[in-house]
Design a protein around this ligand. Structure first.
Ligand code: C2O
Ligand code: CU
Length: 463
């Protein structure tokens, strides 16, 4: 049933047998290399010094990976950093061995070593890849990029833009603040930056025409920042969350919230006249700011267009049999101003002060960090109904690897398919998913300092 997730071994072996050793080596050398490395980049405005970042192939965002639905991705990670790393392909229903989680699905890739990532991307949509080792530091330093899987047929749009939002915690010298494990960030809202960018540029301006129709693929690569966003001089629809198409485009009348690791595909029409302002706006609490500007020159067409069609659905993801789900529950506790009295850390029961002394702050079901036994252990095809109680005062962007889920809304209806759900402070909710991909899958907060400070667990789907 899941064979489409794996490149066929049979074909690989037959191919290899037919090749002599030199041709085999030559074929291997054709792998596209993905090389994390130190490099200099002008992140701050030109009047400030350049910044040493860590980046795939020397640019952040890294080189975009774009392919057709069902196509195979082969990337040889060559680690040119001085520290170990790994790559996670966020949101892809991937073969477990390719998921990039050190200690769960692979070993870390040492400096100078390589690791071959080889998988099929079964669903169209907007995804991303990022380091999954020491990720609070490695993602903050720039190790991420877009992974775009195209629909079989082109959409009725004029153009598309991939927009990766991030915030950098910068010193005026252009140095990235090196306090990646600062206890305040770990125990509060996470590491929020002080310099917000899109595709590593501050308030980029893109060309546009009146009545032009654009697809915007938004990706939040920030460590912890939740972006409330609005349109100005643009109007449009959300057509997908976290890569997965909505059955119907949702008109945008309100603020859109993009939590860490989440994606949103928008289709927008340029309503501003030539010379008028148009922008994707970051509705920052203090003062709204331009996130991405559009400079409107000329007219694409005289008429406005009809509501866009929904994106074509991805295969067999929509139906969930909710008649007899396996129940599970997750209580999230801890953090500053939380009420965590004690929890288990490395097999010992400790009080909050003792836990904080280890720079840990959060517990899932009374345990800080990974457990020997999974939160959920299900057979392939089994539906899980997971109750989530957030006893902390902070919001958390909860990400499940390997399969998408739906939130069960308060009125009982099902929310959109997602891989990352923002759970508000002191909020309770429920999600449901089908264990549809065999393996060991991480489930964690994507506020990366929270993940490091205890907020991670895992689920098991038996083959
Ligand atoms: Cu985007 Cu566990 O990661
Ligand atoms: Cu969190």
């Amino acid at each position: 049933m899941n064979s489409f997730l794996r490149p066929s071994r049979r074909v690989v072996l037959m191919g290899a047998a037919a090749m002599t050793l030199p041709t085999l080596l030559a074929a291997q050398d054709q792998w596209t290399v993905l090389e994390p490395q130190k490099t200099m980049a002008q992140i701050l405005p030109a009047s400030y010094p350049a910044t040493e970042i860590w980046a795939y192939g020397g640019t952040s965002p890294g080189p975009e990976i774009r392919l057709a639905r069902g196509q195979r991705v082969q990337r040889r990670l060559r680690n040119s950093l001085e520290v170990p790393t790994s790559v996670h392909w966020h949101g892809i229903r991937i073969d477990n061995a390719m998921d990039g989680v050190p200690g769960l699905t692979q070993d870390v890739v040492a400096p100078g070593a390589t690791f071959d990532y080889d998988f099929v991307a079964p669903d169209a949509g907007t995804y991303w890849f990022h380091s999954h080792n020491q990720s609070t530091e490695q993602v903050a330093r720039g190790l991420y990029g877009a992974l775009i899987v195209e629909e079989p047929d082109p959409l009725d749009i004029d153009r598309e833009e991939v927009l990766i939002l991030d915030d950098w915690l910068m010193q005026e010298t252009g140095v990235i603040d090196p306090a990646f494990s600062a206890s305040h960030n770990r125990s509060h809202a996470g590491r929020n930056g002080n310099f917000v960018t899109t595709n590593s540029r501050y308030q980029p301006v893109l060309p546009a025409k009146k009545n032009e129709r654009l697809r915007l693929r938004l990706i939040n690569a920030a460590n912890a920042r939740i972006f409330p966003l609005a349109l100005h001089g643009l109007s449009g629809w959300v057509v997908a969350y976290d890569g997965m198409p909505l059955a119907q485009p949702e008109p945008i009348n309100d603020i859109l919230v993009l939590a860490p690791a989440q994606r949103m595909d928008l289709i927008v029409d340029v309503t501003a006249d030539e010379g008028e302002p148009a922008a994707l706006v970051w509705v920052n609490e203090d003062q709204p700011q331009i996130q991405v500007g559009f400079e409107v020159t000329g007219t694409a067409s005289l008429a406005t267009r009809a509501t866009p069609m929904a994106l074509p659905p991805n295969a067999a993801l929509s139906m969930m049999d909710m008649s007899n789900p396996t129940p599970a529950s997750l209580v999230m506790a801890g953090g500053a101003m939380g009420a965590l009295r004690q929890a288990e850390l490395n097999g010992k029961t400790l009080n909050f002060r003792q836990i904080a002394a280890e720079n840990q702050y959060w517990a899932f079901n009374g345990v800080v960090g990974m457990t020997d036994n999974p939160l959920v252990d299900v057979a392939l095809g089994e539906t899980v109904r997971l109750k989530i109680e957030n006893e902390t005062v902070f919001p958390h962007a909860m990400h499940l690897h390997g399969q998408h889920f739906r939130e069960i809304l308060k009125n009982g209806s099902m929310g959109p398919m997602r891989d990352t759900l923002l759970v508000g402070g002191r909020e309770n909710t429920e999600i449901a998913f089908v264990g549809s991909n065999p393996g060991k899958w991480l489930y964690h907060c994507h506020m990366l300092s929270h993940q490091d400070a205890g907020m991670k667990t895992w689920i098991k789907v038996r083959a």
